[in-house]
Structures are given as C-alpha cells and as structure tokens.
Design a protein. Structure first.
Length: 369
C-alpha cells in the first residue's frame, strides 16, 4: 500500500475559487510532510459551458480513481437548457449516497441557543425532492391550476444514511437524534425510519432518540442539544437542517461538507469535501470571505485519505489542520463574520504557519497525533 495520496481538486467560480486557492496552500507537501499530488480540474461555469460538462465527467472519473476530492463552490445557472449543477453529476458518477456536515463550537464565538457540543447532519445525497419530476395542470395562473411533483428514495440510500449515522455517533460518543415525518408519510418517509430502527437494533451501545422533524427543529433551539448529536435526514430535510445547524455555531462558513460513496460494508470508497456555502459574488476580490470551511474541507479529505488508502500520516496531517483552524480562531485570527478583522489570506497564512509548526514539533517528538 502506497504512502502517497492523490487529491482531485475541483476548481469553481467567483469567491469560491478564491477561497480554494487560499485554502489549498495548506496541502503543500512541504507543509504537511506528506507525498501529495494535486490534480486540478477547471469546473468554472465558463469551462463547463465550453466543454458541455465534459470536464465535470472527467473530474468525476479522476475522483473515482483517487478516492479523494476537494471542491470549490460553483455557480449553477438557472436556465433549463444550460449546463445545470456540477454537484448532481459528481454525486451520480461517484455513486455518492451520504453528505455529512458537522457544526462545532468555534473558540471565541458564542453559539446560539446554548449549544456547545458538535452536531453532525447525515443526509441523503441523492433523490428525494432533488431531481423530482414536476408539472402543472389546469388553467395557467388561475385558481384551478395544480402543481405536481413525484419524488423517490431507495432502500439502499436509506440504509446508507442509517448505517453511517450510527457509525458517526459511535465515533463521536453521540446520540442519534431526529428522523423524518414518518407519521404523516409512513410509506415514503417511513422507509428511512425503518432503516434507522434496524441500525439501532444492530448498535445497541449507541443512544437512539427518534423524533419527528418538526420536533427536531424545536428541540435544537430549546435545549435538546445537551450532548453531541447525529441527525439522520432525507435529502431536502438535511439541506435545510444544515443551514440551521451550522449558523448556530457562528457561521455557515465555519464547517465543511463531505460527500461519501461506500463499499458494500459501508466503509468510505470516495470522499469529496467542500465548503457548504455558495460563491458569494458580492465578496469577490475583497479578501474578506471566511476560509474556515475550505480549510476544514482539506482536513476532512485527509482524514478520509487515511481511511480509504491506509496512509496513517494523513490522519496526523488532518488533525493538525483541524487544530490549527480552531486555535487560530481562539487567538482572534477571524474574519468579520465571526467578529474578527482578519482578511482571508491572513487567516490562511496563520493556519499554514500553525500546521507547519505542529508537524515539525510532532516529528521532533517522534509522536503520532
């Protein structure tokens, strides 16, 4: 088994690309002491249009081969005849089943609703409301006009969400909390509930508290998060939940998002990490956007690199980045959205310096972290 890693770098648009360019500096082999190769693919809107999305398919093939990807935010055009969403193509081609986003307390930032423990949202990556067939019938614009939508989920995706939710909870010492609205939709949403119950029976050492999605939202803002939580969710429920959970800790730009594809035993086969926010065109060229999520995306992909390829040093490098990002915030090196005054490049400079020092010190001590 090789001690080297190849990471597929998926370039994007506007501020998303600027953040990637800054954050990816932490993956310099001289900083991490790792044998890393970065293969770049230009997924900018301009190049997707120029290639008719072929560059997205090329990037997906490369990521299936490397098992690892870091993606910048990209623009999804609204026109139905345009190139559409690159994320959809990437998810389908690598057979991504689960997206995990973890909110964490950021040192020096007061969380909302008294939440201090990590909260991971484990959601479907495909199907549900996204990609559903939609149509309207009746008089256009009149009171008789009716809109329809057909959605689907699969047992396989429900099982992947349930299995990975319980595995994540076990690793975090967390409680699996929440679920869909299975009382109203016992056939459709009840399928996820069935798989959660099944996984709970196989993981009796993990605390399991199923609650309906509306009660979950109420619980998050009224004190239910009195310990680490893992929240399993349908695709759109999870999308909405992530946009609630991450700002509870200070900013949607304060945590990474990771798409996972699995082997048959639900061990990760492909991991693509990214920032969950958009391209922030209003911030482009100003060097003020928060790079934490992109920096943490690099940490996440190294963590999965250790799991997928067995490169132990990648786990140490991952921890160094996670610690450096949070230590920098604790020391006050923060962008304006977190109450600081640092520029994007200054935050990344600080993190790179801290990571370099950690790796050097750990090497001197001969210790593995």
């Amino acid at each position: 088994m090789s001690d080297s890693l190849t990471i597929t770098i998926l370039e994007g648009d506007e501020t998303g690309q600027e953040l990637l360019d800054q954050a990816v500096r932490v993956l310099d082999p001289e900083v991490l002491g790792l044998d890393l190769t970065l293969e770049r693919y230009d997924l900018s809107l301009e190049n997707r249009r120029k290639t008719g999305n072929e560059v997205v398919h090329e990037a997906a093939r490369a990521m299936r081969e490397s098992g690892l990807g870091v993606k910048a935010a990209t623009v999804t055009p609204e026109g139905k005849d345009d190139v559409g969403s690159p994320n959809r193509i990437l998810r389908e081609e690598v057979d991504g089943k689960v997206i995990i986003r973890t909110g964490r307390r950021i040192p020096g930032v007061t969380p909302a609703a008294g939440i201090h423990f990590p909260i991971s949202v484990v959601r479907m990556a495909v199907d549900d409301a996204y990609g559903a067939k939609q149509w309207r019938e009746g008089g256009e614009g009149g009171e008789d006009e009716i809109a329809y939508r057909t959605e689907k989920i699969s047992r396989a995706t429900c099982r992947a969400v349930a299995e990975y939710a319980f595995r994540t909870a076990k690793s975090m010492g967390a409680r699996v909390y929440g679920g869909p609205k299975w009382t109203v939709s016992p056939v459709y949403e009840g399928m996820l509930k069935e798989e959660l119950d099944r996984a709970a029976g196989l993981n009796e050492d993990v605390q399991y508290q199923p609650v309906l999605i509306d009660a979950l939202y109420a619980g998050l803002v009224s004190g239910a998060a009195d310990g680490p939580l893992v929240i399993p969710a349908l695709n759109r429920d999870g999308d909405c939940l992530s946009d609630l959970v991450l700002p509870l800790f200070g900013s949607i730009a304060g945590a990474e998002s990771t798409l996972l594809a699995f082997h048959e035993d639900y061990s990760p086969r492909v991991a693509m990490a990214e920032a969950p926010h958009g391209t922030a065109p209003a911030l482009q060229g100003k060097d003020v956007a928060n790079p934490m999520a992109m920096l943490l995306a690099n940490a996440a992909v190294l963590h999965y690199g250790a799991q997928i390829h067995g490169v132990a040093a990648a786990e140490q490098a991952s921890r160094a980045i996670y610690e450096a990002v949070l230590e920098g915030a604790s020391a006050g090196v923060k962008t304006a959205d977190l109450g600081g005054s640092a520029h994007t490049s200054e935050v990344c400079d600080d993190v790179v310096s801290r990571v370099r020092t950690k790796i050097d010190v750990w090497s001197s001590l001969g210790s593995s972290r």
